[in-house]
Design a protein around this ligand. Structure first.
Ligand code: WTA
Length: 632
């Protein structure tokens, strides 16, 4: 099945066609897949509600497209290569036939444990093959998966389970990450103390470490797998049936359960995968993300498997046993396409270049970047040292909400420009708007990035909160989806994403809501109020800077330590502030609104131009904070 464009001329004509006649364009792409029943109409939409339906009344199961469909043609091809955390442990390779069998068995285990179509099933697992298998097994029986990154705390996990009222959780005893062993099951146990909806937890034995199993509720996966056979007919799903929920941070409130549906997500993840990376048949593709994030959903599991690709999963971290691990894996498995985040590139750039030069990297053909803006220096380093100046770098801009890559070069086809995501994929209609909501036409302009026409893999709602979906994404600019990102369009119409314009920060490519971190800090008994902002960080892209006001004189070192513990407990280690400044007050307007602009400037160390502070309730506080910041 090829959906691939092969020249820039073709890109241009396909792009134009996709705009002029989207229905015909997407129907033609969708025909490459296996549908139990054809759709009645390609698209129905209204961005006001919002109400978007693709491939209306079409019937399918996405796993038949990921697996069954390939059995006759490429059943013996490796679907998943799994590289363990410990390089001396055995690699696992699953062919499409084996993966199909595993998914069917796992799906039968789910059924035996009471799972049915429409149930929400939480998956909290390390990066092992069973994580991909579990995800597909849910889709096979029509259960909605909610994968939670296994770095989130028990509290954060519980919040997500409760929000979607999951009835089953799939997990493991422990997980390996670098030199650490993570007590996955005990985090689940703690979470489940406050989750009434969970009836069953199915536990993979990964490390063999000691865990407590609660009778009736907890069962071992390997024991359950012995009780089932390998036939499991796929549940017939409507194109608009929910495929998964994935939680992400917004600028306010608790995390949002972004909902994706079946048909459109399938078509777009495969289409974008094949075109952006220009995948061809015998290539090995490796995306270093975790399946707990959207990048892993769309470009480790669904996009590659739908395309019959060989996708590599890595359990560990880039610096274990040493900083050459990524490059060792590239050589070991002869990886052709390598997709990672700028934060990883910058971290590895900071290590001795010998870690790179020890390896040949000659198999590489295409490099990718995702998750945050890639600065020019990191781009150049990646291009020169990893790509040896012969591999195109696809800087892919997209979001949990968009489901798939929206703006990106097509490898080897689109002209590159460092730190530019370049051009929209066919079918994607980005636009820039000014603060009054007017679309900014022409080139060499800057504004807020919106999308003005639906695309198949767009979010359909926020789980249980449709109104919030409308408010967050479709109300700021009438008739448009608002991304939350700022963006420039250069004189040639190339797009460069400049970063978030809201209170979301992007730490090591992970999205974090400043409000969530503040809520965690405020839990400390001595903290009266806090304000969190992002600031430029050499490796992480953005670091987290927290200002806190205390009720009384405190031992600052103690307090910092306790605050880090609280954040780890409330959210997880990824949300730990890099800097904490204890302040007497915060710059507020007369109406009590915190002036984050000022706090951002101070955190950046750029106090030359703080703007007008005369309208503040207490202008003197700014000087005091500035002075304090010098010692942080
Ligand atoms: C940012 C990750 C610049 C952006 C797939 C977006 C990027 C947020 C890029 C979504 C890129 C992602 N260049 N910024 N190539 N890719 N972003 O939901 O701010 O985890 O809004 O999805 O990451 O993060 P999310």
């Amino acid at each position: 099945m090829s959906l691939k464009i092969s020249s820039f001329e073709e890109y241009q004509s396909e792009y134009n066609r996709s705009i002029n006649n989207p229905n015909e364009f997407w129907a033609e792409k969708a025909k490459h897949f296996y549908w139990r029943e054809q759709w009645d109409s390609v698209l129905e939409w209204d961005f006001k509600e919002p109400n978007v339906k693709w491939f209306v009344n079409g019937k399918l199961n996405i796993t038949e497209n990921c697996l069954d469909r390939h059995l006759e043609t490429i059943g013996g091809k490796v679907a998943i290569i799994w590289e363990p955390n410990n390089p001396n442990e055995e690699v696992v390779k699953l062919t499409y036939r084996q993966l199909h069998e595993q998914v069917c068995k796992f799906a039968n285990v789910l059924k035996n444990n009471g799972a049915k179509k429409g149930d929400r099933i939480c998956i909290y697992m390390p990066m092992v093959p069973e994580l991909a298998i579990a995800t597909l097994a849910c889709a096979r029986i029509g259960a909605i998966h909610s994968v939670v990154f296994a770095g989130f705390s028990a509290k954060a996990l519980a919040e997500r389970i409760n929000d979607a009222t999951c009835n089953i959780i799939l997990t493991s005893d422990e997980g390996y990450r670098g030199s650490k062993t993570i007590a996955i099951k005990s985090i689940v146990d703690e979470a489940l103390e406050s989750c009434d909806s969970i009836q069953k937890s199915i536990v993979l034995k990964r490390t063999g470490g000691d865990v407590s199993m609660q009778p009736k509720r907890d069962v071992w996966l390997h024991e359950e797998m012995l009780k089932v056979d390998e036939t499991c007919n796929a549940e017939e799903m409507d194109a608009e049936d929910e495929l998964f929920v994935l939680y992400t941070s917004g600028s306010t409130g608790k995390p949002k359960g972004i909902v994706h549906t079946t048909g459109g997500y399938m078509v777009y993840t495969a289409y974008s995968f094949q075109n952006v990376f220009q995948y061809s048949n015998d290539e090995v593709y490796w995306c270093t993300a975790d399946i707990g994030w959207i990048t892993g959903h769309s470009y480790i599991v669904y996009g590659p498997l739908l395309s019959g690709a060989t996708t590599l999963m890595f359990e560990g971290v880039p610096t274990y046993p040493d900083a050459g691990r990524f490059w060792e894996i590239v050589d070991k498995h002869q990886v052709n396409i390598f997709y990672t985040a700028p934060t990883a590139i910058r971290a590895l750039e900071a290590c001795d270049i010998d870690f790179v030069n020890k390896h040949s990297l000659s198999s590489l053909k295409v490099l990718g970047s995702v998750g945050e803006p890639i600065n020019e220096e990191a781009w150049e380093w990646y291009h020169k040292n990893i790509g040896k100046e012969k591999c195109p770098i696809v800087d892919t801009w997209w979001q949990t909400e968009t489901g798939g890559i929206m703006i990106s070069p097509l490898a080897g086809i689109t002209k590159l420009k460092p730190s530019f995501a370049t051009l929209p994929l066919p079918g994607i209609q980005p636009c820039l708007v000014d603060s009054d909501g007017n679309e900014i036409e022409g080139n060499d302009v800057e504004g807020n990035l919106c999308v003005k026409f639906p695309w198949p893999s767009m979010l359909r709602t926020i789980y249980g909160e449709h109104e919030r979906c409308k408010q967050t994404y479709f109300s700021t600019y009438k008739g448009k989806y608002f991304t939350g990102d700022g963006c420039k369009r250069d004189e040639n119409g190339m797009y460069r994403i400049t970063g978030r314009v809201d209170d979301v920060i992007n730490v090591s490519g992970h999205r974090m809501g400043t409000a969530e971190v503040e809520d965690a800090l405020d839990q400390h008994i001595d903290v009266v109020e806090s304000a969190v902002v992002g600031y430029p960080h050499d490796i992480k892209g953005q670091g987290i800077y927290a200002y806190v006001i205390c009720v009384k004189e405190v031992n600052e070192d103690e307090l910092r330590k306790e605050l880090l513990e609280i954040v780890t407990k409330e959210i997880g280690p990824i949300a730990k502030p890099d800097k904490i400044q204890i302040v007497k007050g915060l710059p507020k307007t007369r109406s009590g609104k915190i002036m984050r602009r000022i706090l951002r400037k101070i955190a950046e160390g750029d106090t030359s131009n703080l703007g007008d502070i005369s309208t503040l309730l207490d202008p003197d506080i700014v000087k005091e904070i500035q002075k304090g910041a010098e010692n942080i």
